[in-house]
Ligand binder design. Structure first.
Ligand SMILES: NC(=O)c1ccc[n+]([C@@H]2O[C@H](COP(=O)([O-])OP(=O)(O)OC[C@H]3O[C@@H](n4cnc5c(N)ncnc54)[C@H](O)[C@@H]3O)[C@@H](O)[C@H]2O)c1
Ligand SMILES: *[C@@H]1O[C@H](CO)[C@@H](O)[C@H](O)[C@H]1NC(C)=O
Length: 317
């Protein structure tokens, strides 16, 4: 494919993630055709994105080289799938997280596009071999899993189907890099991919520590936000260890490996997330942040503002 043919991206589904992807792709100069099967939804989404792009420009947080007006001009909305796919070289699917819905979407899409078009899913929890089971040619299929909100949190997990061609992963990696995301490659598919597996480990131990009466909900959150999270925004667990011993990682394991093994051996089973054991944890959380829409949206806004500031800081370093 020549670079002149690699200009149009189709985004399917105009919800939270579809809109974010559309904004990320136009920031990198791609034309984006946004499709939703609910008539009028894609057009409404673009009207909202216009507002967001202008606000981002005013806050000097607009991504890419183009102005908000120029980025907006790259966007179009479509209620017709075949029209939305015309001329596109890359399809990012962002429909409901329901296996049958995604399978049907990709079955329809495959009928309407050429053999070179890359088919990419945003799924958080479904493995590629399930999502693409109804696609004939799986070599051009992969999962590109974003993190919410993708405009500020740049990681994208690229997860191959067992039959995905290496060149398809390479091209997707290049596209993601071009639009300013931070792509990583999984070498094989696995339930939870990498991010959600690490997150599950953190959730499980945090929950157990609270459930076992070791620490409060508030304080376990501080362990991350004021402790581990401070460096994890810039360096991961591997580099952290490498830097924390005089002679690097091997030295670190010599010094601390046995401690880590002893602690790991004391980890409990999967904790109770639903029953009686969960109730008091949920109550404790809701005492500091009540779970009504008013409080939650306040805190979400705060989170996004802080992430915006962090994204800015990371960009400058
Ligand atoms: N929300 C997150 O934090 C997050 C993070 C990473 C990945 N994801 C994944 O992204 C995907 C989308 O999530 P979301 O939060 O944007 O959902 P959402 O409910 O906000 O949006 C889904 C959109 O898809 C449209 N849709 C449904 N069926 C369709 C079809 N057959 N054809 C075209 N459009 C259709 C709906 O009308 C809706 O506009 C999911 O697979 C989800 O797992 C979500
Ligand atoms: C399958 O997809 C690959 C990767 O896009 C493409 O190169 C190949 O020509 C396709 N094969 C068929 C039979 O369509």
């Amino acid at each position: 494919m020549s670079s002149s043919e690699m200009k149009i991206v189709t985004v399917i589904g105009s919800g939270l993630i579809g809109r974010s992807w559309a904004m990320v792709f136009v920031s990198g100069g791609f034309r984006v055709k946004l499709y939703d099967n609910q008539p009028g939804h894609a057009a409404k989404a673009i009207a909202e994105m216009r507002k967001q792009l202008e606000e981002l420009e005013d806050a000097h947080m607009l991504r890419g080289e183009l102005t908000a007006m120029q980025q907006l001009a790259l966007l179009s909305s479509h209620d017709d799938l075949s029209q939305a796919l015309e001329g596109s070289f890359f399809v990012q699917e962002c429909v409901f997280e329901q296996l049958e819905v995604k399978q049907c979407v990709f079955q329809d899409v495959e009928q309407l596009v050429g053999t070179d078009v890359i088919l990419s899913s945003s799924t958080s929890c479904l493995v590629p071999s399930s999502v693409f089971s109804k696609v004939q040619n799986k070599s051009r299929c992969l999962v590109s899993h974003p993190v919410n909100p993708p405009y500020y949190v740049k990681l994208v997990e690229l997860v191959p189907h067992p039959e995905t061609a290496g060149a398809v992963i390479d091209t997707t990696h290049a596209i993601m890099t071009k639009v300013g995301q931070a792509p990583i490659r999984l070498k094989k598919e696995i339930d939870g991919f990498a991010l959600n597996r690490v997150q599950a480990a953190i959730i499980a131990e945090s929950w157990r520590l609270v459930q076992d009466g070791i620490i409060s909900v508030k304080d376990i959150d501080l362990v991350m936000s004021e402790g581990l999270g401070m460096r994890y925004a810039f360096i991961g667990p591997m580099e952290t260890m490498h830097l924390n011993a005089p002679k690097g990682l091997e030295d670190y394991m010599k010094n601390y490996g046995e401690n880590i093994m002893r602690v790991l051996a004391s980890f409990g089973p999967i904790p109770d997330f639903f029953g009686e054991g969960a109730k008091s944890i949920i109550n404790e959380m809701c005492e500091s942040i009540p779970s009504d829409q008013h409080h939650l949206s306040d805190r979400r806004e705060r989170r996004d503002q802080l992430l915006m500031g962090l994204a800015k800081l990371k960009k400058d370093h």
